[in-house]
Design a protein around this ligand. Structure first.
Ligand SMILES: NC(=O)c1ccc[n+]([C@@H]2O[C@H](COP(=O)([O-])OP(=O)(O)OC[C@H]3O[C@@H](n4cnc5c(N)ncnc54)[C@H](OP(=O)(O)O)[C@@H]3O)[C@@H](O)[C@H]2O)c1
Length: 355
């Protein structure tokens, strides 16, 4: 049987994504073949396509951090899962495919009846948001937080979960994202027109308790200035390394990959050494999952439960067929995308989990 997957053939723009038809993979011992219903498209995918993300695999590779699908075939030694069961995974790469083989331990059961595109929004974006709120910052009801990129995938997840936690929320966004941010309970700040540090101090007086900064670079330092004494910046991304979905510097992604991490480390050290008791702490979903896999599983199951009980409703910006992954990347590179872009498997454009 043939299947389709997307490969990145060289580092570069959306045209680096090619559609490949090949034999369907067979599960090895301990593996499960999953038919992908929905694969998330996120900025880390664009960064890998440009070769700038530290997790970028060697070329050629199939991108795709997160997926929701249906168990299709079991390799030898699989006892817990059954064909037809809906599952989710965070393989970090490989999800842009019709079929994927993954070790059983990577798969988390998805409750039946959930929409695959909404469910996949939880795997990378909402787990990231949930863990930053409750494991890194350990937020308490009534605290003030500033969320950068608040209309984006992770940003909108932080808003939705922050509202459930009873936080007072401010969110930077471009004007097109403002209504989404206020709809999710945040006060929008137009980062293109306003200095967010001045604006936060004007609105709050001494500053916020926590800033969630996925922008990275020197932006982290400005975020630190928006904190009250004793506050914390959770630094988790490098959105500033891209402009219009392409490498902002114009330099090769591979040479850039570790420079940004060194800047990160400098700011984290500075946060400890400088006066003001203002800390900068890093967050990485992939490292937390590698070091504490049970926490990833536990948090994703908690989020599926919230989705099933209609406590959260992820924003799905747009659904694209798998073969149009390049168009999905074009769209994500544009200003003002609200929520998560999702690739759906061939012929399953609006498929919901009914397994
Ligand atoms: N550490 C981790 O474990 C982890 C996990 C997931 C994601 N990430 C990182 O998180 C970041 C966000 O990912 P995503 O998938 O949520 O991206 P996304 O959906 O594209 O959202 C990014 C948002 O940032 C906004 N933005 C761009 N420049 C900005 C600035 N200077 N100030 C304020 N907002 C700005 C964009 O708004 P406009 O388009 O309206 O300008 C966009 O809404 C990325 O850097 C990604 O690598 C990290």
């Amino acid at each position: 049987m043939k299947h389709t997957r997307i490969i990145v053939t060289h580092y570069g723009g959306p045209d680096a994504l090619q559609v490949l038809e090949e034999e369907c993979p067979e599960p090895k011992d301990g593996e499960v073949r999953v038919r992908v219903l929905a694969a998330g498209v996120s900025l880390p995918d664009l960064m890998m396509r440009e070769g700038v993300h530290p997790e970028t695999p060697p070329l050629p590779f199939t991108p795709g951090w997160d997926l929701v699908g249906v168990v299709d075939r079991l390799g030898n030694g699989i006892s817990v899962l059954e064909p037809g069961q809906m599952v989710a995974a965070l393989p970090i790469s490989g999800a842009y495919a019709e079929f994927v083989c993954l070790p059983q331990r990577e798969l988390v059961p998805v409750p039946s009846g959930l929409d695959a595109a909404e469910a996949v929004s939880l795997v990378l974006n909402y787990v990231t948001a949930y863990q930053m709120l409750h494991r890194s910052a350990k937020v308490r009801q009534g605290q003030r937080v500033l969320i950068h990129g608040a209309a984006g995938g992770v940003g909108s997840a932080l808003l939705e979960l922050g509202r459930l936690a009873g936080l007072e929320m401010y969110g930077t966004c471009s004007p097109r994202g403002a209504s989404a941010v206020s709809g999710l309970g945040g006060l929008p700040i137009d980062y293109r027109q306003l200095d967010f540090v001045k604006e936060i101090h004007r609105l709050t007086g001494e500053g916020v308790d926590v800033v969630f900064d996925g922008i990275g670079g020197t932006h982290i330092w400005r975020s630190r200035k928006a904190l009250r004494p004793g506050g914390m910046v959770v630094a988790y991304g490098l959105t500033s390394s891209l402009r219009g979905g392409r490498l902002a510097s114009g330099r090769s992604g591979r040479r850039h990959r570790f420079r940004e991490i060194r800047i990160f480390a400098l700011y984290i050290a500075g946060g400890w050494l400088l006066p003001g008791r203002k800390r900068v702490v890093p967050y990485s979903i992939q490292w937390l999952k590698r070091l504490r896999p049970a926490l990833f599983r536990q948090d994703l199951i908690a989020l599926f439960d919230l989705l099933q009980r209609h406590k959260i409703k992820p924003l799905v910006a747009q659904r694209f067929p798998l073969a149009e992954a390049n168009q999905a990347h074009e769209l994500l590179g544009k200003v003002g995308v609200t929520g998560k872009i999702v690739l759906v498997g061939n012929g399953s454009s609006l498929e919901s989990g009914t397994a």
